[in-house]
Design a protein around this ligand. Sequence first.
Ligand code: MOS
Length: 764
Amino acid sequence: MPRRIVKSKLFFDEKFIDTIGEVSNEKYKPWEPNEKLKVIGKSIPRIDGYDKVSGSAVYTFDVNLPHMAYARILGSPFPNAKIRNINLKKAKELPGVLVIITSEDEPKISWYYGTTSLFDSHVRCVGDEVACVVAETEKIAEDAIRLIEIDYEELPFVVDAKDAMKPDSPKVHDWGNILDGKPSIYSRGNIEDGFKDADVILEDIFSTQVAVHNPTEVHCSVINWDDSKLTIWDSTQAIFGVRDQIAGSLKISESNVRVIKKYMGGGFGSKLEAGKYSVIAALASKKIGRPVKITLDRKQMNLIVGNRPDSYQKLKAGVKKDGKLTALKHYSYGAVGAYPSGAGCSWPLRSLYKCPNVSTEEYNVLINAGRARAFRAPGHVQGTFAFESLIDELAEEIGMDPLDFRLKNYTDIDPVSGEPYTSKLLKEAYQKSADAIGWYTKRKSAGSGKGNIKTGIGMATQIWWGGGGPPAYATLKLNRDGSVQVIAGTQDLGTGTYTFIAMVAAEVLEIPLEKIQVSIGDTSVDPYCPSSGGSMTAASVSPAVRDAAEQMKSKLISGASAILELPEDQLKYQDGIIYNTKDETQKIEISNVVQKMHERVLITTGARNENPKGYQANTFGAQFAEVEVDIETGKVKVLKIVAAHDIGRVLNRKTLENQFHGGIIQGLGYALMEERLIDKNTGKVLNTNMHDYKMATIKDTPDIQVIIVSQGDNLLNYTGVKGIGEPAIIPTAGAIANAVYNAIGVRIKSLPITPDKILNALYS
Ligand code: MOS
C-alpha cells in the first residue's frame, strides 16, 4: 500500500510566550518558579496515603450506622416498556423486608429535566428504575427484588443513533428522538468561500464507541434523617451540587441537607450529579425511620449512571498547498441514551488551530439505553481522535510533516472568541515531546520492524478549559500550638486534593506539612467550593488556600508588630518565626503570637480571585505514541507515550504524574479495547461487568513520560495553576490512531482499534 513519509525539520521560529511575571491581579506577588519553592512542585506522598493503604480511610461504602437498613433497586429488563401492574405481595412477605417503593406510591419527583420521574411507569432503557426494596440485609433486599412481579407491556425500541434519526423510528419520548428537535450549530467566516480558497479538500468519516466510566468504587449513599434534617454520605464529585439537587427534589431547605464525602474511589464525571438512588433511599429512610445504605452493583453502574456517548463524525477540511487551513466543517451525531444529555464533539475542531472559516452541526440523539453523562473531557476525547486523524491525513496529502502542519496553523488567539489566552505554551510542549520521543528520526523508520511486528509513531494535540474560577473559599485556622487546619468545601476524588491544600498552606506559612490538617467534603461545615469537574478543583481551590494563608501571615505580622512594639516593615517572616530585621535575636514563633494576642485560634477565609477579563483560560498539550502492530494477529501494543502539557504550575509532581498515568491508561483503553455492546434484537447490554467490558490493565500500560512546560500561569490566579484531570486523556487515542497508521499504512477510523478491524483493513 503506497504512502509517503515526509521528511522535515522543526520550525520554532517564533518566540515562546512567557507569562511569568505578568500578573493581572496585584494582590500577591507571583510565586517563583517551582525549583525555588520549598514545597510546591515537589513530589510529595499523599498526606492521606497511610489511611488509604492501611484501610482506615472511611469511604461512603464503609459508613455504617446503628439500625441501618439496606436498599437495592430493581431495574427494567426491557429497553422500552410500560408497567401495567406491579405485584409486591410475595416480596413484602419475605421476612426482613421493611419497605418497597415504586411508581405507584412515591411522590412524583421529576428527574432528568422533567423528562421522567424518580420512578416512571414508562421505562425507557434496560436498568431504568422500577422499584426499591429496603430490608434488614442487602441479601434479603436482593432476594425480595426477585419476588416482585411486574407485568410489562413491551414496546418497540431503538438502540442505535442512526436508526433513531430515521423518521419511522420508534420514539424514545413523545417529542421525538432528537434533543430540541434540531442540531446545535456553530459557524464563523464563510465556509463555502473557505473551500473555494483551498488547494486540497479532504473529507472523511470517523466513529467512536460508547465507553462506560466504571470507577473502582460503586455509586452509593448512606442516608440518615434526624427529625427534618437529612444527612447523606455520598460517593460524589459535587457535595454542594448533590445537596442542592436533593434539597430541591425533596422540597426542603439547603441548610437542612448535609452531604459528606471524605474519601472516594473515582468518578470520572459519572458522579457529578445527584443520583436517583440517593433520593429514593432518602424517601425510603423517612418511611421506616431508620438509616439506609443504598449501593448500585457493577451491572447497574454499566447501565444507568452514565457513559461517554458514541459519535459519528463527518469532517471536511480545505487547505492551501503551504499547509494553511482555509475551511473546516464538522457534522456529527451521538447517542445520549434515553434522557437528555450532550454528545457534541466539535470543540477541538473549532478551537485548536487558526482557521477563518468553520461550521459545525451536531445532533444529540435519544435511544433506549442508559443516559450519557459527562465523562473525563466530554466531547473532546472523541472529537480530538477524529480531528487529529484528519489533520494527519491533510498533512500527508500536501506532503508536510504532521507536526510541522500543526505548527503552521498555530494560533496565539482563541479562534472562537478572538481573545488571547492567559498563557499558551503549546509550542514548547510540541518541541519537548517531539525531542523526547525522537520524532523526526523515528518517523523515518515507520513500518519497519522484525517479521510481523511493525512499529509506528504518531501524535495528537490537546486543548481544554481547566482554568477554574470563583466562587471557591478556604478557611484557615491557626491554633495556639502552631498547628493549622484548612477547611474547604471541595472533594478529593482520589486525585490528591488533601495533599495540595496542605502543600499550599505549608508553602506560604513556611511550616512543616505535619502541622497541617485538611478538612474537606462536608457541606455543613465547609465554605463553598465548586464541583470537582471540568478539571477545576486545583485551579479554583489552591488560590483560595493561598489567599487564606497569606491573610494569616499578615495577621501574624501585625500581631507580632504589636507584641514586639516594632513597625511591620521592620519584621521578617521566616519558617514560622517572625524576626526583628535589625536584631535577629529578637523573634517570636507564630504559635506564641496567637497566645500573646490572647486568642485561642486565629481564623482567616480566603477567596478565589476572578479570572482576568478579556482572556481565555485554556490548557494545552501534545502526546506522542510509539506502537507496535502485529500484522498477523492485528494486535496493537503501545510501547511509549510522551505527554508534554501546559497546565500551568505543578503543585505536586507525584499526584500530577498519577493523574497523567490514569488519563493516559484510560485513553489507551478507549483507543484499543473499551466498548459498550448492545444487542440490537433485544436492546440488552451485553457486557455489564469488568470481565466482558474490556479495560486496560497494568499489562497494557506503556512507558509513560510526563513533561510539564509551564512554571505557572500568573495572569490567571494566585497560584498559577490550571487543571490536569481531563487534559491527560484528551490526545491519547488520536496519538495512538496516528501511530497505528504510521506503522501499517492503513488508517483505522473507528474506535476501538481492535485486531479484527486491523486485519480487515490490511487484508480485505
Ligand atoms: Mo469531569 S467529566 O468534569 O468529572
